[in-house]
Design a protein around this ligand. Sequence first.
Ligand SMILES: NC(=O)c1ccc[n+]([C@@H]2O[C@H](COP(=O)([O-])OP(=O)(O)OC[C@H]3O[C@@H](n4cnc5c(N)ncnc54)[C@H](O)[C@@H]3O)[C@@H](O)[C@H]2O)c1
Length: 428
Amino acid sequence: MIGTGYVGLVSGVCFSDLGNDVICVDRDIKKIENLKKGIIPIFEPGLEELILKNYNNNRLKFSTNLKETISNSDIIFICVGTPTKKNEGGADLSQILNVANEIRSSISKFKIIITKSTVPITTGDKIEKIISQKVSKKLFSVVSNPEFLREGEAIRDFTYPDRIIIGTNDKKSNKILKNLYSPLISKGAKYINSSRRAAELTKYASNAFLATKITFINELANLCEKIDVNVEDISIGMGLDKRIGGRFLRAGPAYGGSCFPKDTKALINTADKFKTNLSIIKSVIKSNDNRSTLLLKKVFEILKGKAKNKKISFLGVTFKANTDDMRDSSCLTMIPSLIKKGALVNYFDPTGEKNELKKIKNVSYSKNINDTIKNSDLIIIHTEWNDFKLINFNKIVKNKNFSIFDMRNIYSLKKMKKMKINYFAIGC
Ligand SMILES: NC(=O)c1ccc[n+]([C@@H]2O[C@H](COP(=O)([O-])OP(=O)(O)OC[C@H]3O[C@@H](n4cnc5c(N)ncnc54)[C@H](O)[C@@H]3O)[C@@H](O)[C@H]2O)c1
């Protein structure tokens, strides 16, 4: 596994747990040193136990030596980052292409080289071209095998995937990979062999569709707020239709994270290159970009236009619950805007203090929920951790005129009304 981040580490550990010998390699020396000591670089439920089990069984190894790792491997998964290019919407493929350049000198017997990273259509062709400049095409095959795991559910998603997509026309590689994945196929995962380009595009199409679903219900929530309808009723009513499905149909803050924002933009960039107008996805990006501004407007309404010196506490600052990932979290837009208006922000996140917020003046971190909210004028529930679901607000908060803005609709409107709490939610 080249790249020991959310995808490479989880996939590597899970493959080793299925009985394979796995080497996780990363250029980040500190990360690898820590992993060897049992210090896990990311928060992912269940990951630590699985790493320790397989590391102690010697099936899982960690290394910074890419060349040696390639020489000793039959199957190579590229799991490095594909962030958005600066000043452009497209994917920055420099990490991927660097790896392709680095590994080509270590191939002396047949190897399958797989992109597990999310890469734009034709990236497999580019990798093949780079490697074939030094290595005979008989000695390698480039395959696309996009990963669909979700942070926070990554081990379960890897172990019980809905589908495994293998993009290759090479029969030998297909047979080897079908065998590699056979323990998951026998548990019910659908195995799909498509062209490499189709596999690359399927990943973007899936993420863009999920981003569309979230944005769709977020926009409907805006309408619900004006017509005295609860958007939760709409989500349930729509979601029970099997053609639609209830997942990713809960209204909330703007979608964020390391995938949807960058993948929607990269898909538009690809479509532009092939002179195709993906107008739906363009609207989704625009609507999502406006979402934080819209929610901020509501915050200012709750504060009756007076944010100066108001104590606002955030419960959860990552892009969603059960992860420590801050990439493109809507908090990174909302908190600085509130500070600009003179508010004082205090936050708690079950995954700890965040470097991204340390630099911002008038933002402080508390180590527990009670300390975070006790002096608040307004409490914003930003993510849906279980830790936030049964808080006795009236007992903890000293200021009896406090308000709650529940951006995940965790609490019952009725109960909050009964407790005389100034409670606001999304889409109702
Ligand atoms: N995070 C997710 O939930 C998720 C889900 C599905 C797909 N993906 C895709 O998987 C890819 C990886 O995402 P991630 O979140 O795991 O990224 P990440 O940033 O957490 O990890 C990438 C790792 O690659 C390492 N790396 C970069 N260049 C290297 C090189 N030349 N040699 C060795 N290591 C190198 C980095 O040091 C880093 O540790 C992206 O394309 C992403 O879109 C991510």
